[in-house]
Ligand binder design. Structure first.
Ligand SMILES: *[C@@H]1O[C@H](CO)[C@@H](O)[C@H](O)[C@H]1NC(C)=O
Ligand SMILES: *[C@@H]1O[C@H](CO)[C@@H](O)[C@H](O)[C@H]1NC(C)=O
Ligand SMILES: *[C@@H]1O[C@H](CO)[C@@H](O)[C@H](O)[C@H]1NC(C)=O
Ligand SMILES: *[C@@H]1O[C@H](CO)[C@@H](O)[C@H](O)[C@H]1NC(C)=O
Ligand SMILES: *[C@@H]1O[C@H](CO)[C@@H](O)[C@H](O)[C@H]1NC(C)=O
Length: 326
């Protein structure tokens, strides 16, 4: 049951990655039972949920017609227009959100099962959601970063959240921040992901991930100093840069890494608000989420529709955990 191969993978760091903290920070030692998710970009059908249920699944025929999706949230895709001189490349994505707690769902087919793991992943990404028919929205890289939360019924409850980033291709597994990033349910966190063009050399593209934790006692970030900040700077070859067509704010149900057959279901995270959400464009302007596509997690074996997501006021992506069409 212990994902030992995974531990080795995640402890690797790139020579190009750097990390800085605003305050001295001592990373918490990894406990042997720390869980990790398998952050695949194109998820296979959720084989892990096979084990969750008996054949008496309660999903209605209508729900079974819906396309399965491990992702909920909002996806902003900008149109390409070579005639229009406006630079509509997305160069950054940001959001501030309060990290929800993980609990087992109180209803639906995955409720009341103390021997399974419940998890949820909250992430922001650039060019990170591929249409079903294509490998990526463009022929470049994908960048994303987020936090995973866990509830392990075998260990009596919520487990330590894991903050991570991932640049594909190149990183098969998501990586924790060098030096660690301590975060708990209830903390207000801010994510900023940026693509900084060639970085001067002409042959490399600089990609930056910044995460700040403002702690649990505050409601807004204005004028506040983060309790902890981490920053990863990654460099990729010029031909592998982000093309900046798509930004996404996502809650996702991933399988457990190193434990492909272990039952894991989407935790009851109650609600997440990706607030102050928006993107920066290549011409220096910012843009809100007007026109973004809203998607929901839909997994028939876990009860059908598992999130009710919406864009509120153009700058909040709100996802509520539901079961079926409630
Ligand atoms: C592209 O931009 C030009 C100039 O703004 C506009 O005339 C044209 O209709 C646009 N094309 C599309 C497909 O949006
Ligand atoms: C180019 O496209 C952007 C976004 O669609 C639009 O806001 C702008 O007005 C367009 N520019 C011209 C010159 O049409
Ligand atoms: C999730 O937890 C909240 C708060 O306890 C509860 O109100 C809600 O009904 C739960 N939802 C599910 C799907 O279990
Ligand atoms: C945060 O907002 C909640 C609800 O609006 C309020 O009850 C609470 O006092 C606020 N906390 C702080 C530190 O401002
Ligand atoms: C658009 O902006 C990106 C990022 O700043 C830059 O790399 C690209 O060259 C720009 N494209 C144009 C046509 O100005």
């Amino acid at each position: 049951m212990r994902p030992t191969t995974l531990l080795t993978t995640l402890l690797l760091t790139t020579a190009t990655a750097t990390s800085a903290s605003t305050l001295p920070h001592r990373p918490r030692p990894r406990a042997a039972h720390d869980l990790r998710l398998l952050h695949t970009f194109t998820p296979a059908p959720p084989a892990n949920t096979r084990l969750l249920l008996s054949s008496s699944s309660a999903s209605s025929p209508q729900e079974e017609e819906e396309e399965e999706s491990t992702k909920g949230g909002a996806i902003l895709t900008l149109p390409t227009n070579k005639t229009n001189k406006t630079n509509q490349t997305i160069t950054s994505i940001h959001s501030t959100f309060r990290l929800p707690a993980a609990a087992p769902p109180s209803r639906g087919p995955t409720a009341h099962n103390p021997s399974i793991v419940h998890a949820a992943s909250f992430w922001l990404g650039l060019d990170s959601i591929a249409p079903a028919t294509e490998p990526s929205p463009c022929s470049g890289s994908a960048l994303r970063a987020g936090i995973d939360i866990f509830h392990d019924g075998r260990l009596g409850g919520a487990q330590t959240p894991f903050a991570w980033y991932q640049l594909a291709p190149g990183m098969v597994a998501a990586r924790g921040f060098a030096g660690g990033f301590a975060v708990a349910a209830g903390d207000l966190v801010r994510f900023t992901l940026r693509s900084e063009g060639s970085g001067g050399g002409g042959d490399v593209v600089v990609v930056v991930v910044e995460v700040d934790n403002f702690g649990s006692g505050v409601n807004c970030t204005a004028g506040r100093t983060p309790v902890q900040s981490v920053r990863e700077v990654l460099r990729v070859g010029a031909g592998q840069g982000l093309c900046g067509r798509q930004a996404a704010w996502v809650v996702e149900d991933f399988p457990l890494a190193g434990m492909p057959d272990f039952p894991v279901s989407l935790a009851n995270f109650t609600r997440v608000d990706f607030g102050q959400a928006g993107v920066g464009l290549g011409d220096g302007t910012r843009r809100d989420l007007s026109g973004a596509e809203v998607v929901d997690v839909r997994l028939a074996q876990q009860g059908g529709r598992l999130t009710k997501c919406d864009v509120v006021g153009g700058s909040i992506v709100r996802c509520t955990r539901v079961v079926g069409d409630e």
